[in-house]
Ligand binder design. Structure first.
Ligand SMILES: [Zn+2]
Length: 291
C-alpha cells in the first residue's frame, strides 16, 4: 500500500493538487486605538484573509461594515459619548466561497472618560419653547436622527479628516454635560470652533450633501454623508454654498461661520455621527486610517 503522504507528493509533482495557501493561519484581528473611550471612532483591522473573503461582524449591538484596507479588511464603529465604560463583545465571521465560515470573537473594553460640566445662561425664550416652536424643534430633531441612521453602503471618504475651519485651536466643549438656566439638558454632542462671522467652512473629507436646512437649534446647517454611516455636521452657518446631493471634496467650501439658530455668538458647531453614535470631532481628525 502506498502511504497517503507519498500519494500526495506524487499528485503534487504531477500538478494534480495545489497546496492549501495559509488556510490554517488564523486571521489577525486588531482593534484601534489601543485604548477606546466614549466619543472615539474605533476601528478593527482583519488581516490574513483571502481576497475573495467577506467579513461580517458586530460590536455589542452595532453591525460592522467592512471595506478593503491595507492588505485586509477594516470597519469603523462609533463609541457614543454616553457609552458605558465596560467590555463590549465582538464577533466576526469570515466567509469564503466553498468553506465553512470562520468565526472569531473577543471583547473590546470601553474605558471611562470624564466630561466637563458646562453652565450656560440663555434667553428664557430659547430654552422654554412655545408649543409651536417645541413641535418644530422635535420634528427637526427626528429628521436629523433619521438621517444619522441612514447608512449609505458606499465609502466616499479617503485618508485623513481635515479641520473644517482654518486655525490651530482645537474644538471645545465636546460631551459637556450642560446645565442651561439651572436645568440639566442633553450633553453637547459636537465641538465648537470660535471664529469670526464670514470665516470659510470647508468639508472635512469627501462626501455627499445629505441635508441643507435652517433649523431652530442648529440654525443654517449642512450635513455631509461620507458613507458607511459616517456624517459630519456644520451648524450655525451664516451662508451656505452647496446644495442637496452635491458631491464635495475634502477642503471644498460649504459656507461661512455665523450665529444662526441657538448660538450665543459666531462659531462653528462641528459634529460627527457614526451610525447614530455621537463622536468627538477630535477623534475623527486623529483617525489613523491612511489610504
Ligand atoms: Zn456647539
Amino acid at each position: 500500500m502506498i502511504p497517503g503522504r507519498l500519494l500526495a507528493a506524487l499528485a503534487l509533482a504531477l500538478g494534480l493538487l495545489t497546496l492549501p495557501v495559509a488556510a490554517a493561519e488564523p486571521p489577525l484581528v486588531r482593534w484601534h486605538p489601543a485604548r477606546v473611550h466614549p466619543g472615539d471612532v474605533a476601528w478593527v483591522h482583519v488581516r490574513g484573509v483571502a481576497d475573495s473573503a467577506s467579513v461580517e461582524g458586530t460590536l455589542g449591538p452595532r453591525a460592522l461594515t467592512f471595506f478593503p484596507y491595507a492588505g485586509g479588511q477594516a470597519a469603523v464603529v462609533g463609541i457614543d459619548l454616553e457609552a458605558k465604560a465596560e467590555p463590549q463583545p465582538w464577533r466576526l465571521a469570515i466567509v469564503e466561497p466553498g468553506r465553512e465560515p470562520r468565526r472569531l470573537d473577543g471583547r473590546l473594553t470601553i474605558h471611562k472618560r470624564d466630561f466637563p460640566v458646562q453652565r450656560l445662561t440663555l434667553p428664557q425664550a430659547m430654552v422654554d419653547l412655545d408649543p409651536e416652536t417645541e413641535r418644530r424643534a422635535v420634528s427637526e430633531g427626528e429628521r436629523l436622527r433619521t438621517l444619522y441612521h441612514t447608512i449609505t453602503p458606499e465609502r466616499l471618504w479617503r485618508g485623513r479628516f481635515a479641520r473644517p475651519v482654518a486655525g490651530t485651536e482645537p474644538a471645545t466643549g465636546f460631551g459637556a454635560r450642560r446645565i442651561i438656566n439651572g436645568k440639566p439638558r442633553a450633553p453637547h454632542s459636537g465641538g465648537d470652533y470660535a471664529a469670526d462671522r464670514g470665516t470659510p467652512v470647508v468639508a472635512a473629507n469627501r462626501g455627499r450633501v445629505a441635508l441643507v436646512g435652517d433649523y431652530f437649534f442648529p440654525g443654517r446647517l449642512v450635513a455631509l454623508d461620507h458613507g458607511l454611516g459616517l456624517y459630519t455636521l456644520y451648524f450655525h452657518l451664516d451662508t451656505v454654498a452647496v446644495g442637496d446631493g452635491d458631491v464635495i471634496d475634502r477642503g471644498q467650501q460649504l459656507g461661512t461661520v455665523g450665529a444662526t439658530g441657538r448660538a450665543t455668538g459666531p462659531h462653528l458647531h462641528f459634529a460627527v455621527q457614526l451610525a447614530g453614535s455621537r463622536i468627538d470631532p477630535a477623534a475623527l481628525l486623529s483617525l489613523d486610517l491612511r489610504d
